[in-house]
Design a protein around this ligand. Sequence first.
Ligand SMILES: [Zn+2]
Ligand SMILES: [Zn+2]
Length: 345
Amino acid sequence: MKAVVFEDVGLAGIHDRAVPSFGAGEVLVKVAATGICGTDRAILLGDFPARRGVVLGHEAVGAVAAVGAGVSSVAPGDRVVINPTYHCDRCRPCRRGMPAHCGAKAGREVGVDRDGTMADFAVVPERFVHRLPASVSYRRGALVEPLACVLNNLTAARLRWDDQVLVVGAGPIGTLCALVLAWRGARVALAERDPGRVALARLLLPRTVRVLAAQEAAGADTPDVVIDTTGSLPGDVLGAVAAGGTVVVMGEKEAGLATVPLRALVTRGIRLAGAGPYRPADFELAVALARELPLEALVTHVLPLERYAEALAMLAVAPAGPGRSKPEGYSAMKVLLASDESLVP
Ligand SMILES: [Zn+2]
Ligand SMILES: [Zn+2]
């Protein structure tokens, strides 16, 4: 089978791999498509540690090809989405109800240190395979995993009905945050520096979302909640949020640091929150909400696996190789790599 493999920082390649074998309790998924995530970018840019030789990708949809002994919740032919955030259920965090912070993740991180889904097939333990509702296309279902991330972070924001929310960064995650918040009826503004992404966000999002070019953000309503998806928390955000407000740090970078004005934190009662990975329940909620949310609006490109380098270039990453030019900046929102293009019209 074909697979997109992480060779080294700045280096990926399409490799011929054996279809992975599966055992009891496991499901062989024929992958339809995988969304390219910030994590895949970060791995290639050297901003996120990953095992060399690993198959990249974790935001995947597909159909069950075969099941191992004892698998009862899915059957061959079922359309499914993969929850790539594995947990063991045995360690202390898992037993204390925090499986997102499972202490036994080594070797279990899909597309990081365990083979991922940018391939024709992937093997997944049964409990991390979820059936897609009949009304949810693969194109939409590929956004279920990022939606789970967003739901988890919006939970950490502890939103109130009258909150004014500012989302910083109009990448797929920021745009998805704004989409969910608008759907919930929240007052939401989205700030972004990249002019291409400002234009895309304006096109994709409901009119109720104010999309601000970054320099306009200063003139926006004072936010009660800021969701920062950029990985470079602007230093002035804590001063800009309303008293009693919350700043959720959703984006981060390897060795990323921020300077926090402690007085604002203390005297104005600002809460600075991180959510961590999503919980299994967030993923299940994301599958259910996919029935209603037009997630596919974020998908601007679908390319076959073989064109992975072109796809990455649209996201401002240039893995080395012949005939590849240096990308200028973002020219896409969510890009899917299709293992089978006919399934993702
Ligand atoms: Zn992801
Ligand atoms: Zn665990």
